[in-house]
Design a protein around this ligand. Structure first.
Ligand code: ADP
Ligand code: MG
Length: 275
């Protein structure tokens, strides 16, 4: 199940990740020092599905305007739960989420879309029976008049989609579907885009395409928050990264320093990198 558990079981000298995570959570000073003025900010978030069972255990997180932020960690760590909670799909039990300083805790997904939050789920993220164009229309269902103007802009980032607009999404490859999903989420012109494992299940070449697109989207001015199973590649391109473990922040630093942090490498990159 949990990648680091398996790993740690064979590494008796490995530091106890749970203890490390707990320490990191208690010490919130780095979060408090960095989070001021953030575009999207999460403080001591507690959320979960089954009553009394918390999946997010006092999670802190922030993304500044223009940043590309990566979230990595073992399977079941709560990465998808975190982005789903940010998008109003999982109920917040305590803690706070703010967008541009405004409290958005408890808002529903459609209200968040209207405030500039976009989300691409990990799976089932296109409508297979609809064409590419119709999928992108769904992205602006709250403001259909914007379709033509937005389609043109989005097709600049994803030229292949513009050329094949009449093709059904169900007939596309996994990599192309990820592009449709990302393009759909960009249609309402979000200021922040949440991507949940966009490279999962793709060949290394197509994974590369996804990372390049995510970077392009980010450079076009969108703040990108990306959960990734390809941890190394994610840390290479992100400005800052979070390692989530058992619903808590285990480590937070620049992508570059996380990638070279011996503890992160030992506990999270050693096995994850081979996935
Ligand atoms: N819809 C759900 N109902 C109940 N438990 C869930 C649901 N979705 C996820 N979980 C549980 O929440 C935990 C975290 O899952 P998830 O956020 O998907 O992890 P990750 O994305 O890091 O792999 C796991 O223990 C998982 O079994
Ligand atoms: Mg997940």
């Amino acid at each position: 199940m949990s990648t680091h558990d398996d790993h740690a079981a064979h590494q008796p000298d490995a530091p106890d990740a749970t203890a490390t995570a707990a320490t990191a959570t208690v010490d919130r000073s780095a979060h408090l020092a960095g989070a001021g003025g953030a575009l999207l900010r999460v403080d001591e978030l507690v959320a979960g599905y089954i009553p009394e069972v918390h999946i997010l255990n006092s999670t802190d997180f922030y993304a500044h305007e223009g940043e590309l932020v990566g979230i990595i960690g073992p399977n079941g760590a709560g990465k998808s739960t975190l982005v789903k909670t940010l998008f109003g799909l999982v109920e917040v039990r305590s803690g706070q989420i703010t967008l541009r300083g405004e409290d958005i805790t408890g808002l529903k997904a459609h209200q968040l879309v209207a405030r500039g939050v976009g989300y691409v789920p990990q799976t089932n993220n296109v409508f297979p029976s609809l064409t590419i164009e119709e999928n992108l229309q769904m992205g602006v269902y709250q403001s259909p008049k914007r379709f033509a103007e937005r389609f043109e802009e989005v097709a600049e980032l994803f030229p292949a989609l513009g050329e094949r607009r009449k093709q059904r999404a169900g007939s596309l490859s996994g990599g192309e579907r990820q592009m449709v999903a990302m393009a759909r989420a960009l249609m309402p012109e979000p200021s922040v885009l949440l991507l949940d494992e966009p490279s999962a299940g793709l060949s290394p070449k197509l994974q590369d395409q996804v990372f390049i697109r995510a970077q392009q989207v980010n450079r076009s001015g969108v703040t990108v928050i990306m959960v990734e199973q390809n941890a190394r590649r994610c840390l290479q391109i992100c400005d800052r990264g979070y390692v989530l473990d058992q619903g808590r922040n285990a480590y937070t630093a620049t992508g570059e320093s996380l990638m070279h942090d011996p503890k992160v490498v030992e506990l999270y990159l050693g096995t994850l990198a081979r996935v």
